[in-house]
Design a protein around this ligand. Sequence first.
Ligand SMILES: *Cc1c(COP(=O)(O)O)cnc(C)c1O
Ligand SMILES: [Zn+2]
Length: 412
Amino acid sequence: MGYVEGLKCRECGRQYKIDPIYVCEFCFGPLEVVYNYDEIKKALNKEVILSRPKNLWRYRELLPIDGAPQVGLHSGFTPLVEARNLASVLKVKKLYIKDDTVVHPTLSFKDRVVAVALTKAKEFGFDTVACASTGNLAHSVSAHGAEAGLKRFIFIPASLEASKIIASLVYEPNLIAVDGNYDDVNRLCSEIANKYKWAFVNINIRPFYAEGSKTLGFEIIEQLGFKAPDNVVVPCASGSLLTKVWKSFKEFHDIGIIDDLHTKVFAAQAKGCNPIVTAIKSDSDIIKPIKPDTVAKSLAIGNPADGYYALKVTRETKGYGEDVTDAEIIDGIKLLARTEGIFAETAGGVTVAVTKKLIEQGVIGADETTVICVTGNGLKTQEALAGHTQLPYHIKPKFDSFEEVLAKINKK
Ligand SMILES: *Cc1c(COP(=O)(O)O)cnc(C)c1O
Ligand SMILES: [Zn+2]
């Protein structure tokens, strides 16, 4: 059933057999999964995809597992919402929200990557999974690890949103809150991963984990009627999702599922954590690490592992990148909620606000089709909105009291 040929170094091209490894022994480049596309072409086409259940496993030939999926069987195939109201506010013709705020068990796109990572971890025979997380990964590994019957060590920055900490703890993992930012947590985890033979989903399982992100891209194309959009706006933390959305588009093109591919890929970051966008804007090849300070904690990676590759994708596709302030992020969340009834977490505020900016700059054209990736649910980061929403109208349990307030509302 597997169509995977092996792992390959993205830098020097050296090949490795499938193992829980992630870095080239010769040049320290990152390893990536390689498939046999000739065989996949024979097995996978539109009809086969359309005949399958609506979850992320309908593209399983293009995912790096050997046997049947074991975890996260119902994740994926989230709605692609045509955002007519938002389009009219932003004065463009065709705007879509890829809505990963719903369907997934932990309400973020991380359930895609974790479904693949934990299935692979089980295939490798691990009994313990671990991760370094900016929040959503902690939540997702905690949940899926429980489902899979795996021991879990979850490492987070101690300053994470309280709601994300509770949402992870309910599944009873070993949750380790580290005094430091994500980059500190990740560095610590690399040391731990050297000693303990655990499946670290974003370290030794990373090449497999990252492939799960492709399903978001496959779905966008399928849901547009097997067409690629003109533009796609992707939030960046490590930059992995952005590179994999582009990989998914290219794979569908290479195996003949779509004929035409001209999509521009845009990177979206918060101004308080913008190492990738800074490099894009200054046309530099160097991603300069920074210390994150933003409400968009799920994107707060100051030293992004795939930053360079994300940057290359935006260049190769003639896309671009933009960054937005915390105030713009909050406005983005509120704009999406007010116009489309979708409550996104801070990362969604980032992509909506960045798209608005790119449209105002004329970088995204009014006649083009644009997909905005909204990757997590707003209920997960409610505290980001504290003090930024209107307040309830407070009344006495009396009819007059209501009439008074109604008069005020009608005057607005
Ligand atoms: C993790 C995450 C991303 C992007 O992560 P990458 O590391 O760039 O792949 C985007 N949105 C949300 C909500 C996330 O949790
Ligand atoms: Zn190499």
